[in-house]
Design a protein around this ligand. Structure first.
Ligand code: SF4
Length: 180
């Protein structure tokens, strides 16, 4: 098992007996490798997510085995399935209850765009009500694609500045959704 590599060390300056890096990079590394997902699964894409959590694909390898069904103890909202317009306020409330920093993945065509349900009762993409960081295509996406989505989130998390959540741009983004 000697070829098992857990986490890359952040960029830094190495010398004999010391390693220097920035706080930004250490925190980014810690956050990226310990995401706590909240699965907001309403239909078939949720079944693919169950497979993603199972032993074959094993999301635990990415530090995300700890599912959170409480928004206050989650930092990654994974929306999987058709979101009816009546469900929209519930999804938004869940998002608002999550503490910063928080990230969102729209898993599958329905969450990303309404999918095949171009109808009066279905929300045509969750980005109509909350900001989305990563979209995973497919109907349904395979577990490999969901894992790829989680890895793209890890890239964002690893590189995010500690100041981003206090920046005027981020506040403006939330304000554009009417979230304060
Ligand atoms: S994208 Fe396809 S598989 Fe996923 S919830 Fe919609 S209809 Fe089901």
């Amino acid at each position: 098992m000697s070829d098992v590599k857990l986490v890359e060390a952040p960029e830094g300056i190495q010398g004999e007996g010391f390693f220097a890096t920035s706080l930004n990079k250490v925190i980014g590394m810690a956050r990226a490798n310990s995401m706590w997902p909240l699965p907001f699964a309403t239909s078939c894409c949720g079944i693919e997510f169950m497979a993603t959590m199972g032993s074959n694909y094993d999301l635990a390898r990415f530090g995300s085995e700890r599912m959170s069904f409480s928004p206050r103890q989650a930092d990654l909202l994974m929306v999987m399935g058709t979101i009816a317009k009546k469900m929209g306020p519930v999804l938004r409330q869940v998002y608002e209850q999550m503490a910063e920093p928080r990230w969102v993945i729209a898993v599958g065509a329905c969450a990303s765009s309404g999918g095949i349900f171009d109808t009066y009762s279905v929300l045509q993409g969750i980005d109509k009500i909350i900001p989305v960081d990563v979209y995973v295509p497919g109907c349904p996406p395979r577990p490999e694609q969901i894992i790829d989505g989680v890895m793209r989130i890890q890239d964002l998390v690893r590189d995010e500045s500690l100041r981003r959540r206090h920046s005027p741009e981020y506040k403006q983004l939330l304000a554009s959704y009417g979230i304060v």
